[in-house]
Design a protein around this ligand. Structure first.
Ligand SMILES: C[S@@+](CC[C@H](N)C(=O)[O-])C[C@H]1O[C@@H](n2cnc3c(N)ncnc32)[C@H](O)[C@@H]1O
Length: 206
């Protein structure tokens, strides 16, 4: 049976970015939500499934420290060959549904576009949210962009768990307060509409 890691490695090793059904050269929708996070100069940002997203380049230019996680070492290698190494970058090869190593530093901001919705088993979803909670410092932020309940049911050949803002908010629990959400339709590289839910949360202090 193909493992998750192998599935994603095959995709990243056989397709150019422009052939990926989720790839966007313009990440302004994510940056628009990101700009709602106050006073975050020099913050540490955790990306649970960085892929080869140009969001990484954009955040790097703006001076942030990035923890770049992905289940696919092939994606991380491609990303590293594009952006190079830098002392503001930490590379992490990990299945985000499984507990992160204790030594993983906490982050100020968690940004996930199109990762969570691939987790189908309840234990994996709970594992993801446990990581999100433990990795995000008190007073920090979580920005999630997943297929909405009106979105496609599959991506990258995989079934999806699509999200309403109610389910997302419920799963984040009492530690997180919803700041803003929005439905946003991304047009993928072959011109198909992909409805996403964008939602920004703040973690309570203390
Ligand atoms: C649809 S792509 C999105 C990539 C990137 N966030 C973007 O917006 O371009 C999903 C990414 O999540 C990664 N991924 C899938 N399942 C994962 C898991 N359980 N843990 C960590 N990364 C995962 C994939 O390897 C891939 O890079």
């Amino acid at each position: 049976m193909t493992t998750r890691n192998e599935h994603w490695n095959t995709i990243f090793s056989t397709k150019a970015n422009s052939e990926l059904g989720w790839y966007e050269s313009d990440v302004s929708q994510t940056l628009k939500f990101f700009s709602l996070i106050p006073k975050n100069e020099g913050a540490t940002i955790f990306l649970p499934g960085a892929g080869t997203s140009v969001l990484v380049d954009e955040l790097l230019i703006r001076g942030y420290k990035l923890i770049l996680n992905d289940i696919s070492d092939e994606a991380l290698n491609k990303l590293r060959s594009r952006i190079g190494t830098n002392d503001r970058l930490t590379w992490h090869h990990h299945d985000i549904s499984k507990p992160l190593p204790d030594a993983t530093p906490q982050a100020d901001i968690w940004i996930d576009r199109a990762v969570l919705h691939f987790l189908l088993e309840e234990a994996d979803i709970e594992g993801y949210f446990a990581n999100l909670n433990s990795m995000t410092r008190s007073g920090g932020y979580a920005l999630l962009a997943e297929f909405s309940t009106t979105g496609a049911t599959k991506c990258a050949g995989l079934e999806l768990h699509r999200y309403s803002v109610e389910e997302m908010t419920d799963r984040l629990g009492n530690d997180f307060k919803l700041i803003k959400f929005e439905n946003y339709t991304y047009m993928n590289p072959v011109g198909d509409p992909r409805p996403y839910l964008y939602a920004l949360y703040r973690k309570h202090n203390g």
